[in-house]
Every structure is written in C-alpha cells, then in structure tokens.
Write a new protein. Structure first.
Length: 277
C-alpha cells in the first residue's frame, strides 16, 4: 500500500462493538464491507488479538490493545493504510493494561499536495458508577485526557480522538436528560471536563455536534432494555473529537442506525465522518 491515501477524502468510523465476536455473529461484516471505510476504530473489543485479526480479515493493518482483564474493554484501530507510528496507552501507567487508548499516525496528502501527519486515537472511557471506585477511575482517566489532548495537538494539527467517551456533554445529547443528572454519564462534574475539551482552554472540536447543529442527538447508544431503540430514547456518547485544523475538514457525519432493533450488531451505532484534507 502507498504511504499516502489516494482518495480525496478520508472516511473514519468509530463503534463500540460490545464484543467483536458477538458483533460479527449479528452482522457487523455486512455493515462494514460496503461502507468504504478507510480507518475503523473499535471499542469494547473483548477478544484476543488473533480473534480480532481473523474476524476483521485481510486488507487491514490492525492495532489492538487487549485488556488484561479477560472479557473487558479492549480498543483497536484498523486501517487500509499502514501507520507510520503507533502507541498504546494514554500515558498513565495505572491504565497501561486496561485496553482503553491506542494511537496511530498516518501520512496523508493535504489540499496543497503536501504530506502531513494525521493522528487517530481509539478511546474507551470508563462508564463509571456514582460513589464507587469505577467513578474514581473515570475521573482519573478524564484528568489524563486533559493533559494528553494538548500534547496530541502539538504533535499534529490533524489529530482525532474517537470512541465511546461515556459522557453526554449537553442536554441535547440525552433524550431523558432531566432524569439522569445524578447518573454516571451525565453528572455535572463529568460534563465539565467536556466544557474544557471543547472550550477555549483545550480548544478541540466536537465534530458530530458541529455538523449536526443544535438538534436532539443524533444518538449513538440505546439501552437494550424496554423500547429505548424503538422510541429513539438514546444517548450521544460516541464522539469524533478533533483539533480545529481537522474539524474544519469534516464534510459529513452519519450515525449508521440499524433499521430495526433486531438488526443491530451492537447497542451502539457506528458514527462515520468524512474528512477532506
């Protein structure tokens, strides 16, 4: 494969697969094959490396961080182009074996015909649980993100963090937000981190929100219980977070919501964004 992608736009998809083996049994391959994705980021892979390689198949370069705890977490980046550099972990040894953060650098051709570095991160933030060690770990991870995001921006003006970040930033991001203000995922303390991520202090952009505008959702996760999917009672917790230079190149964002509850391959829907550098 060439050192620079030949298409005039990049299609980057992220999805929490809720176990890659189960996702492929439920039809993930049938979604992916015709979707023409250049870079695919996965969370909650929950499988050994050899299984990931086998399921995704040939024609992909795969970076996978398996969690030390079996059946938990795990993140991956699969790309049609070979990365020029890869890194595993967010920079805190406490999370080194938790399978929650991987980074890959690619050489891409910008609009001026120059080669530039694109950095892509697949991230899986803890779901958390109020007043438990799970929530303490979530805050610690978000703290490290506040350090890592500016470092990535210095590393490349085209940097992207995608994945299941397990926080609805604003009232537009959760259908029933009033009933969730004391629940992990919509706590004021969690949302304050995203104010910093997308505010003047850190200065990244919420690509999906920027393209969708001030509308409810579009949601990317629905509870498996009740009629949440059928009534679109969802949460927007899967993100494309980009540096301003990359966010400005975003053309479109689409949530690949399954046509019906029984045709989903995960409780999350893929979020697919096209970028024209």
């Amino acid at each position: 494969m060439s050192s620079a992608l030949k298409k005039d736009f990049l299609r980057i998809a992220t999805v929490n697969v809720n176990g890659i083996r189960a996702a492929y049994k439920k039809g993930m391959a049938e979604w992916l094959e015709p979707r023409d994705v250049d870079i695919l980021c996965l969370q909650e892979v929950r499988a050994p490396d050899e299984v990931v390689q086998q399921l995704i198949g040939e024609g992909w370069y795969i970076l996978h961080a398996e969690a030390e705890a079996k059946g938990r977490a795990g993140v991956a980046i699969a790309s049609r182009q070979e990365p020029v550099a890869t890194r595993v972990g967010i920079g805190d040894d406490y999370f080194a074996t938790t399978g929650r953060w991987v980074e890959a650098d690619y050489v891409v051709r910008d609009g001026g015909g120059r080669d530039t570095t694109l950095t892509v991160v697949s991230a899986y933030v803890h779901s958390g649980e109020v007043d438990t060690p799970k929530q303490v770990d979530k805050y610690r991870f978000l703290d490290v993100m506040t350090t890592r995001l500016p470092e990535l921006a210095k590393h490349s003006e085209h940097a992207l963090v995608v994945g299941d970040l397990n926080v609805g930033h604003t009232e537009l991001d959760i259908k029933n937000w009033k009933g969730n203000t004391k629940r992990a995922g919509f706590l004021p303390e969690e949302r304050a981190y995203f104010d910093r991520f997308f505010g003047d202090e850190i200065g990244w952009r919420d690509v999906h929100r920027g393209l969708a505008g001030n509308v409810d959702g579009p949601y990317t996760w629905w509870s498996q219980r009740g009629k949440a999917f059928d009534t679109d009672t969802g949460w927007r917790i899967d993100y494309h977070m980009a540096t301003p230079g990359l966010a400005a190149a975003a053309l479109s964002a689409v949530v690949d919501r399954a046509p019906s509850w029984d045709t989903r391959f995960s409780d999350h829907a893929p979020l697919v964004v096209d970028y024209q550098l």
